[in-house]
Design a protein. Structure first.
Length: 156
């Protein structure tokens, strides 16, 4: 049901807009709704394509600005990757990190209590106060590694 989908997130966004004296426009609602329907790590263009299926009149700038508002409201987080940002849902999500395929752009999430514990230990040793971290681990995914042309590329 569309109405129940992400209702809490919609309320949070409405409250954020009101607090910052921003208009609650229908365009923003459509963009948020499309964003909430995807569990993926979306580029601005990914989201733009989804939005434009319903509303071809909504442009890229509006989508981008709305994503930045969602980020400011705590509903989206941005992965700043080489050349292209991706946005994912962040509301009440557990911390996680990412493997990123440099060939096809596929993104895999992981979380490891062990890695988290180790970095806390190392930080404590340095007297460093961690405020946050993002692990982006780059490489080649299984599917791309299995493609024959990869082997040819490596052989060059
Ligand atoms: Zn890949
Ligand atoms: Zn993620």
């Amino acid at each position: 049901m569309a109405s129940a989908l992400g209702r809490e997130e919609k309320d949070v966004f409405a409250a954020y807009l009101a607090k910052n004296r921003l208009k609650r426009s229908e365009q923003r609602e459509v963009i948020l709704d499309s964003f909430l329907r995807s569990a993926r790590h979306l580029s601005v263009d990914d989201l733009l394509h989804m939005v434009q299926k319903k509303r071809p009149d909504i442009g890229r700038t509006t989508v981008y600005r709305t994503l930045k508002l969602l980020q400011a409201a705590g509903l989206a987080s941005e992965l700043a990757l080489d050349g292209q940002s991706r946005f994912e849902r962040d509301w009440k999500r557990q911390h996680h990190d990412h493997f990123i395929c440099k060939s096809c752009g596929a993104i895999f999430e992981f979380s490891s209590p062990e890695i988290e514990r180790l970095q806390d230990e190392i930080a404590a040793g340095l007297g460093f106060l961690i405020e946050g971290h993002r692990h982006h681990i780059f490489g080649i995914c299984r599917r791309c590694a299995a493609r024959p042309h990869r082997a040819a590329l490596r052989a060059r």
